[in-house]
Ligand binder design. Structure first.
Ligand SMILES: Cc1cc2nc3c(=O)[nH]c(=O)nc-3n(C[C@H](O)[C@H](O)[C@H](O)COP(=O)(O)OP(=O)(O)OC[C@H]3O[C@@H](n4cnc5c(N)ncnc54)[C@H](O)[C@@H]3O)c2cc1C
Length: 385
């Protein structure tokens, strides 16, 4: 039995690890990614705000050494889901089961003026480059803004605004700066009223300007203004954007996507093609685009493959549950637990913010790196500064 896992992000790493743990050399798993290594989404914020050096957050795929698992670093050029065959720069691969975990691509150029006059903090190069940009910033109008929906990790723009407050305060330039956050939602964390309330209180305490129910439609760098949906404009000196998200081109061309994303059975993560699954940000499964959900979905697919190969009955369906840590600034972290079930209103519990949860978040990152890469990592806490 051959399993082909496309994409070594949260979903692909979790799935490959689960299969190797269960079957070792008895299963042939090939994991393909174009990248050199894995970077947690939250590490982008740590690097950007100078809390961690870039070298501490890249987990090289060359360190993957699991029985039965072969990692191939190459670009996937085409996917034939009916034939369960992909072509890459390193040749063609065929399998009995294919799992598409290729995430969401980001397109800063889709927002007029963003590349020329602003910055984005969602790609690894964008976030890492901002480290120098922020270090050279001398104060002024700062806008953190979302350009389209859906977007990964919906709390991340709020976290960025809160961490920006700390950063400018520590540098002694907060009093000559304004921070605004442009978001498409009515509240910061729609599934959790308690989390939203706590975030709004934190914004008010720090005089962060909350601009709900709007998107950034473009920037005019000549006039130094950000254009908003609905026609309003805001002056800016520093713009940090969440760029347009879309499926990777190779997925769009494969016939797997419908209305922009890959539809799956919300209980099994099966696509419309036999023995082809999709997990994580690439899907339209109905959960937010976040690593914890990609991981949970990968785990369900792993359980199905394990049950099938052992001749056992089908495992429990995907439960739509995820847990998200939320940086509040001042070294405090909160936690939101949410369950998204199709046809039901999502419900979310909120805890914190606290120092204890900051330690939990560090442990969350360390435990994944231990499990996926078999090595110790303490860079999920900020003690590596
Ligand atoms: C600033 C920020 C903060 C975040 N914070 C959190 C957080 O605190 N908690 C959380 O759960 N989530 C967080 N996220 C979201 C999280 O990073 C993503 O949702 C998660 O990584 C999605 O997992 P995935 O497996 O679906 O895709 P990804 O992890 O994006 O993996 C997809 C992989 O596919 C590869 N790939 C794509 N196309 C090709 C191709 N053609 N050929 C070869 N390889 C290809 C990519 O290189 C990539 O490695 C954050 C995101 C950002 C941007």
């Amino acid at each position: 039995m051959r399993v082909l896992v496309l994409g070594a992000g949260f979903g692909g790493l979790e799935l490959s690890t689960r299969l190797s743990d269960e079957f070792g050399d008895e299963l042939d798993v090939v994991l393909i990614d174009q990248g050199e290594g894995f970077v947690f989404g939250f590490s982008k914020l740590d690097v950007m705000f100078g809390r961690t050096p870039p070298s501490a957050v890249l987990h090289p795929y060359r360190d993957l050494a699991k029985p039965g698992l072969r990692f191939v670093q190459t670009i996937i050029r085409s996917i034939d889901p009916a034939a369960k065959r992909v072509t890459t720069d390193a040749g063609a691969f065929e399998a009995d089961i294919v799992v598409v975990a290729l995430g969401a691509d980001l397109d800063p150029s889709a927002t007029p003026g963003l590349v020329e006059g602003g910055h984005e903090f969602y790609t690894v190069p964008g976030a890492f480059a901002l480290r120098e940009v922020l270090a050279g910033f001398d104060g002024g109008q700062v806008i953190v803004g979302v350009t389209s929906t859906p977007f990964k990790c919906p709390p991340a723009p709020s976290e960025t605004a809160l961490l920006m407050h700390d950063y400018l305060t520590e540098r002694g330039i907060r009093d000559r700066s304004d921070i605004s956050l442009v978001m498409p939602f009515g509240v910061p964390i729609p599934p959790s009223p308690a989390a939203s309330e706590a975030v709004l209180v934190a914004f008010a305490e720090r005089e962060i300007n909350w601009c709900p129910e709007r998107l950034v439609s473009g920037l005019d760098p000549d006039r130094n203004v950000v254009m908003l949906s609905g026609g309003a404009e805001m002056p800016y000196d520093l713009f940090l954007g969440v760029p347009v998200h879309r499926v990777p081109a190779v997925v769009g061309e494969s016939g797997l996507a419908v209305d922009g994303w890959v539809p799956v059975n919300p209980q099994t993560l099966e696509t419309a093609f036999s023995d082809v699954y999709a997990v994580g940000d690439v899907t339209s499964v109905g959960t937010p685009k976040a690593g914890v959900f990609a991981e949970g979905q990968a785990s369900v697919v792993a359980e199905q493959i394990i049950a099938r190969l052992h001749g056992r009955s089908a495992p429990a369906p995907y439960d739509g549950h995820g847990m998200c840590y939320l940086e509040f600034g001042r070294d405090l972290v909160a936690r939101v637990d949410v369950t998204f079930l199709s046809g039901e209103t999502p419900v979310g519990d909120f805890e914190g913010p606290s120092l204890a949860l900051a330690a939990d978040k560090g442990e969350f990152g360390s435990s994944r790196i231990q499990r996926w890469f078999d090595r110790t990592w303490t860079g999920g806490t900020h003690s590596v500064i």
